[in-house]
Design a protein around this ligand. Sequence first.
Ligand code: FES
Length: 345
Amino acid sequence: MNIIQGAVHFVANNKLTFEKGPMPIKPYPSAANQVGHKNKLYPQPSMEEILPKLETPAVKVRIADLLSRYPEPQGALLEVLWVIQEVLGWVPRESIRWASKVCDCSPAHAYGVVTFYTMYKQVPTGRYLLQFCRNICCEQKGASGIIAYTEKALKIKTGETTPDGLFTIVQVECLGACGNAPVMLVNDEFATDVEGGKLTMRDGITLTPERVDKILKWCYDRSEKYEEEPVRDALGGTLVGHKGHPGAPGSSAKPQEMDYAPACPVLGLKAVAEKSGVTLTWKNAPEFTHLVVERADGSSWKKVGEPSVKDKEFIDPTGLAGMAYRMIATSGDRVAKPSTEEKAV
Ligand code: FES
């Protein structure tokens, strides 16, 4: 939804026209030729080299916390891989094997996950990974020029790392911030400007060569200030005892259980007044196990019937036009919220 809104915002704000006629189609560097993708070979550290970094007390606590949130250890695989990337800076082959052991799945499965998501780095990158969007909105607003400008400023090509190890440039697909096109990420932060010493992306502020210069300067200044890039919490605040685990309802400290989602209410209720009374129709859901029809009675509701879950309509013989109805569905032991109220017409 955000991407669609962003695209609409982009078109509306930029008064897009196509008077330039068809543009020549240039070949982009293919994903496989960029850093971090599976066709790139890189010397791999051994298990003995990575274990001392992964099996520290702090990492063990985080992994145990992640595993406790899922009914099956495999559910935590994506986050365990994030933790590896946070600790090692990338995801070497042996660490994938380690993750598969921790998450009780096959190494082939874990490898498939790492190679599917381009966010997992399969080779080390520079301290600042600059990801430029090259998708349609950004391209229309000059992404190629911005990328070329940055390549020239850093004297590297897309997919390369500067000799000082500070910057790597990659081109990626839509970053979901089309309203600010063209945009980039510096590591995992959106950046179209620097304000108050911070990377920012305010509404309508897009990348320009001057802003790219400001962003690069921010990176240089930071590399002088901190010998190493301060470790960010790659899971966005998913630490022991925290709430807000993505995808889980309520507290992240609780593992997901079967039937955690709210029960489905009756949808599409219609009430039509006829000579024989008021006929109600609705959309059945396969999980319904019990249905109740209620009619407004002053400020309260009165039960007028319990159609079977296979019924497609219900007639209230004493109903009249103008009377309000609602239905309440039950699925197993979960009672759904009442349907919308419908006045018989
Ligand atoms: S096209 Fe969507 S962020 Fe660039």
